[in-house]
Design a protein around this ligand. Structure first.
Ligand SMILES: [Zn+2]
Length: 405
């Protein structure tokens, strides 16, 4: 069940972070712990998501994720192992499955997908609304009970110790969250993981009870950091500075859209171009320049950026959605369907590619095909959205005319 929805979750968080070396290094740690866990044979997989949101989560079925926004702030490699061991623990104890049915999880995804859509109708010149970063986060809000958290914390200790890390470092993650809690942007992880001082003490007490030799020897022979980790994290923290500028540009973009004043987009475009120049291999920046150009009424120029972004990062939804929309505006039906299918594969829960394809079929008089796509929109879209209202209207019209689908 979790794996079925994993692509939509990941698409919400801008897909995989492009540093393949960092991904491989972190993945090995997580998969080693998963193999040492109580459920080694699940189809475990791990992704660093390219989102500034401070979060980590696991989906039932074995999909484990951490965001760039959390990873770059972790104190050391052992802390990474601890927090990922915690997430692996939620899966091995089947916490998400308890009291959470299939439809609840699907609704959570749809609620997240609808965030991008409802912003779509705010302004005509940003009609797609999946403007820069609007797809991000605020989505996976499965909450766990305090008991489940304690259980997962203990697995974080066990699993990180099993693969050779000092398990006491899990405590540093809670210290980090405690520090962030006082800051201006609340880590989303805190909304799903209750945090109190007891928790830090509980972890220390569990280590002392279960692994007294670790405390006695002060972690002798256990790993806390490695030169490889330090090197990869130095790269990440340096890239993170560019992402902070990108986040600021995103906020300025949202403000510009809200104001309805297209002149305010020029400085946003400039800021995004600067991000792209500093990290040319990062597809998010390439795509963002495309979105700004599209919003400034330059779809043909934007197209080149979207094509480039799509080739740089194959799991990024945004460029395919915009290429689909631009093809629709140009009356290029085959490109609409090609890009639409790619977009749907990346982000199956999002209604927008279905909506663009529906109107394309509709315009060609292929009403049965159009109806199937409109139905897919109705299943996915927020019922307050323009896409939903329009799709329902067309389906009723088809029905009245006796069209079958
Ligand atoms: Zn948890």
């Amino acid at each position: 069940m979790g794996n079925q929805y994993a692509p939509s979750f990941k698409a919400q968080y801008e897909g995989a972070y492009p540093d393949k070396e960092l991904q491989r290094f972190c993945e090995k740690i997580v998969l080693d712990m998963a193999k040492a866990s109580h459920r080694p044979s699940l189809p475990w997989n791990f992704t660093i998501l390219n989102s500034s949101e401070v979060n980590a989560f696991a989906l039932p079925g074995g999909t484990v994720c951490i965001t760039r926004g959390l990873l770059h702030q972790l104190k050391n490699e052992a802390a990474f192992a601890g927090v990922m061991g915690h997430e692996v623990g939620h899966v091995t104890h089947k916490h998400a499955a308890q009291g959470m049915g299939r439809s609840t999880i699907f609704n959570l995804i749809l609620a997240g997908a609808a965030v991008g859509v409802s912003q779509a109708t705010d302004s005509e010149w940003a009609q797609l609304g999946l403007a820069l970063g609007a797809t991000g986060g605020q989505l996976y809000l499965l909450t766990f009970s305090r008991d489940q958290e304690t259980q997962a914390d203990r697995r974080g200790v066990d699993y990180s110790y099993k693969v050779g890390y000092d398990p006491r470092e899990l405590g540093s993650v809670f210290e980090l969250f405690k520090k962030l809690k006082g800051g201006q942007s609340q880590p989303v992880w805190l909304s799903t993981h209750p945090l109190d001082d007891d928790r830090i003490e509980d972890v220390a007490a569990y280590v002392e009870e279960k692994y007294p030799q670790v405390v006695r020897s002060n972690g002798q022979g256990l790993k806390v950091n490695s030169p490889e980790w330090d090197r990869l994290m130095a790269n990440l923290r340096s890239d993170q500075k560019v992402y902070e500028d990108y986040d600021a540009a995103n906020r300025a973009f949202a403000e510009a859209v809200k104001s309805g004043d297209p002149a305010r987009l020029a400085p946003v475009l400039k800021a995004l171009e600067s991000c792209k120049a500093r990290l040319p291999g990062h597809a998010l920046f390439t795509s963002a320049v495309g979105v700004a150009l599209y919003s400034m009424g330059q779809p043909e120029k934007a197209k080149g950026y979207f094509q480039k972004a799509a080739s740089q990062q194959t799991d990024l939804f945004e460029p395919h959605l915009y290429l689909c929309q631009i093809a629709f505006e140009n009356g290029d039906a085959s490109a609409v369907h090609r890009e639409g299918e790619l977009a749907v594969r990346i982000f199956p829960a999002n209604p927008l590619p279905y909506f663009i394809r529906a109107r394309t079929y509709d315009g060609q008089g292929s009403y049965s095909e159009a109806a199937q796509q409109y139905e897919a929109v109705v299943e996915r879209a927020n019922d307050q959205s323009e896409e939903y209202r329009y799709s329902v209207q067309r389906l009723q019209a088809f029905q009245a005319r006796g069209i079958n689908w």
